[in-house]
Design a protein around this ligand. Sequence first.
Ligand code: ZN
Length: 153
Amino acid sequence: MDIASGIASIQLALDLSKGIKASKDLMNNGEVNLQIIELMEALVDAKGGLVEAKNQIVDKDKLIMELQKKLKVSSNIFDKDNSPFVWMKNKEEKDIAYCSKCYAKDGILAKVMNDRPMQNLGTHQCPVCESWFGKKKDPQSELDKAFGDVFGK
Ligand SMILES: [Zn+2]
């Protein structure tokens, strides 16, 4: 018997006991009347317990689904030498870089971006935790290098 059927059975027993309690012959018997009230209280408690158990199972099913999702991700994540990112292949088998901080903290896969070169705080930024990765460019050494390329040194 599953929990929903258990709840339905208890509800039926509760309805039956209400019917018995409504019987005039039994109402005149104080002892029987008291026992029926106790029976109804016990059935209400049992029904409440089953409803609570059902809700706990629903919550646990949700948790299991989340964990299965994370497990699938973690089995596909890999590191690359000297890379500050975690990597996973996309559908086209291309390696995609994700923020290692967000992954370590919350298991989140946040794709790092390199679309803000003017800010010069690193090469890549995480859109979620806003951490920067990679080396900043040194404008002076870039200039020196460009001069060296043009004029020789
Ligand atoms: Zn991040």
